[in-house]
Each structure stands twice: as structure tokens, then as C-alpha cells.
Design a protein around this ligand. Sequence first.
Ligand code: 13P
Ligand code: SF4
Length: 309
Amino acid sequence: MNFTETQNEIRKVLEDKNAILLAHYYERDEVQDIADILDDSLALSISAAQTDADIIVFAGVHFMAESASILSPDKTVLLPRLDAGCPLADMITLPQLEEQKREYPKAAVVAYVNSSAEIKAHSDICCTSANTVQVVNSLEDREQILAVPDGNIARYASRFTTKEVIPWKGYCPVHHFLRPDEIKKAQKAHPGAKFVAHPECTPEVFDMADFVGSTRELLDFAQKTDAEEFIIGTEMGVMHQLRKQNPHKTFIPASNRMTCSDMKKITLDDILTSLLERRHVIKVPEEVRIPANRALERMLKVSQCSDDV
Ligand code: 13P
Ligand code: SF4
């Protein structure tokens, strides 16, 4: 089957099985094009919590499918490739988190959603790149925050709070290695272009940005801003929607090394096989799911409250 035939077949099987395909903006272009919901981590979590479908097929990485299973325990959650992981999520273990908690007994633990279900279960609240600052500031009775596993997001949030945010040493290998000299080079070649960055970049990089935000926020900014040219400091997959939504604007990758190989693992064939053979089912055990759900729901409540304002 060619791409279009496989895409059509997937859409047909999704309908037959009352299934829904959720995809992240970093997925392959041909996967993005047939998703029921294509969005960033926060919006995908909300969709996973709200859908009426019986089956959720997640075109993303393992922690995203886990979050869907935590939020929708009665649904079947399928991850077409079990090896689609997130190296950042693996950068903290439970014993390491427990040690941090012993060192900072008064601190609240904020777990970036790019973390395992087990880490979420031992945290006070979750956050995504779209709401870290709101989440940190929502913890009114706590002055110290342990932010795990991403150190850069923690450093970003610390700019917008009076609380002490203690970063863990994890990082996203795709964003962390974007260098200021690469941005300067792109800016020299495209004077006047706006530079936008994901908060998983280092402070040296996000300090150079005209706008910092989650993938969806970067897309919104590109659409609403008058500028014609943008230098993009996030994973390459986002280029597909940027160009689709803004055919008359120009988007320049800040570096051509910003590809997340895990986000590119799931192919159309994998999605079809996953649907036909019900694999791979992601199910979080109840003893982990219940406390992890508390941390995720607490985050969703904070995001909801700020949307209502
Ligand atoms: P978003 O929160 O922007 O969806 O990003 C998720 C992610 O994995 C970033 O590397
Ligand atoms: Fe993880 Fe980075 Fe890939 Fe996002 S881009 S899934 S944080 S490795």
C-alpha cells in the first residue's frame, strides 16, 4: 500500500473500532496529517482525559501513552512502537527522586510530564511546557520547588516566580544542545526574523528568543505575529504545521540537528498494525496510576483555572 492507501485504511479502521488517533507535533508529517487530534503535550493530556472513544492510539512517546492510560483507565491505550521513549523521562529514577526529597523535605515536587508514571506518582503535581510557571506559582504554601526531570524548564520557570526552584540534572538531548552560535548564524543570514524557542532549550538560548513557549504556543505565535520570517528553536516536526498554517511565511530551523528520533519511530504501517493487532497496550498498574492521576489532575485543574480567567 502507498501512503495515501495506508492513511485511508487507518481512518477506516479507526472509525470501525471507535478509536481515536492522538499525535504530537513532532511526529512524522504523514502521521500528523491523519490524526484526530494533533497538539502539544498539555492539549493531548486534556484530550485523553475527555474522549468518548473506546481506544486511544497514541502517536507520541511512551510517557504520553502512559499519561493517557492514567487519565482514561477504562480505555484501551495503544502505543504502536514500544521503543518510542523519551530520553529525558529516563533521566531520573525513583531512588534519585527519594534522595532529593530527603535533602529538601519542605519542597513540593513538580514533575514535568516527560517523566515515568512512577515519578509522577511520587510527585505533588505535574506540569508541561505550556503551564510550568502557572503550576509553580499555584503552590501557594510552598517556597521551595523540586522540578524534575528537566533542568532547563526549571531554570525557565525560576525567572517568573519568587519561589526557589531546584532543577534536576535531566535535559532533552534535542533541545539542550542547540547552541547560541547556531542562532547567531541564522540571525545573520535572516536579519529581522523572529527567533522562537522551546523552554527545554538552555537559558543562554531562551534568553535570545523573541518568544518562548510549548509547541502549540510557538505555532500560535507564528500565526498571530506579523513577521514574515521565523527561526525555529524546537524539534523539526513542528515545521510541517508551521508551513501548512502559514504558507506565505518562511520558517528556518535554528539547527538541522533538532530531530527527535523517538518521535519519528512510529510509521503509518505501525499504526495500522497496532490497530489491527491491538498492540502495544499501555496499562499503568492501579497502585501507581492513582497517585500519578492525582498529580496530573491537579495540573489540569490549574490549567483550567487559568483558562477561565
Ligand atoms: P510540548 O510540551 O511542547 O508538547 O513538548 C513536548 C516535548 O516532548 C518537548 O520536547
Ligand atoms: Fe523527549 Fe526531547 Fe524527544 Fe521531547 S524532543 S520526546 S523531550 S527527547
